[in-house]
Design a protein around this ligand. Structure first.
Ligand code: CA
Length: 229
């Protein structure tokens, strides 16, 4: 597994890269946004928001626009952070400095586990779950992570895709907000309930307004009604 660490502060990047290498990762370190955007493809990006040249948010959006690579954003405490915006930019998870190495390593592994399972690299998951999911006019390919709605390909962020797959695994079944957050994000997720609302709103906008039903006070369900137009 190759990690790209984007961090301009050596007092953070040196112990971080050492620790990650000890954990068995191949680590590339760059110290600016420009270098991050020019770097070779990685399996996961750890992205500092406070970079000397380009705003980390811009780097995040740019990386997301060109690939599905998982991105964990690292930010200094006290930064003016709009977490919702970060998620809209396509970040998969988020840590605040100062962070413990164990916490960060656990998050890296959790994000990689999720994304490799979705890629079909996890054989157990691949055997249990069908590659193609079809709900009405919605077609989801879990292996290629491609989504087609009403015969039109739709581009989703990794988290939007994960959320859609989770809801589509049992159409019509109401999933509680807390369950969705722990299943689609993870136990280390910092737990803003806004996160979920932002992703649901985005899926409705990209796919169909009535695709996901809100069950007030409980959670969400994927509509299993066919769209008649
Ligand atoms: Ca910095």
């Amino acid at each position: 597994m190759r990690l790209l660490v984007v961090e301009d502060d050596p007092s953070i990047s040196e112990p971080l890269c050492q620790g990650l290498r000890r954990e068995g990762f191949v680590v590339d370190l760059v110290e600016s946004g420009a270098e991050a955007l020019a770097a070779d493809a990685a399996d996961l990006v750890l992205l500092d928001l406070g970079l000397p040249d380009v705003d980390g948010r811009v780097v995040c959006r740019e990386l997301r626009a060109r690939s599905d690579v998982p991105i964990i954003v690292v930010s200094a405490r006290g930064d003016e952070i709009d977490r919702v915006t970060l998620l809209e930019l396509g970040a998969d998870d988020y840590v605040v400095k100062p962070f413990g190495f164990r916490e960060l390593a656990a998050r890296v592994r959790a994000v990689l586990r999720r994304t490799s399972a979705d890629d079909g690299r996890d054989l157990g998951a691949a055997l249990d779950e069908p590659e193609m999911m079809v709900v009405g006019d919605l077609h989801i390919n879990r292996r290629t992570r491609k989504v087609v709605c009403d015969s039109t390909p739709v581009s989703l962020t990794p988290k939007e895709f994960d959320l859609l797959v989770y809801l589509a695994s049992e159409p019509g079944t109401v999933r509680a907000r807390e369950t969705i957050l722990s299943e689609v994000w993870d136990e280390h997720w910092w737990g803003s309930t806004k996160t979920l609302d932002v992703h649901v709103a985005s899926l409705r906008k990209k796919l169909r307004p009535d695709l996901i039903e809100t069950v007030r006070g409980v959670g969400f369900a994927l509509s299993d009604r066919r769209e008649s137009g």
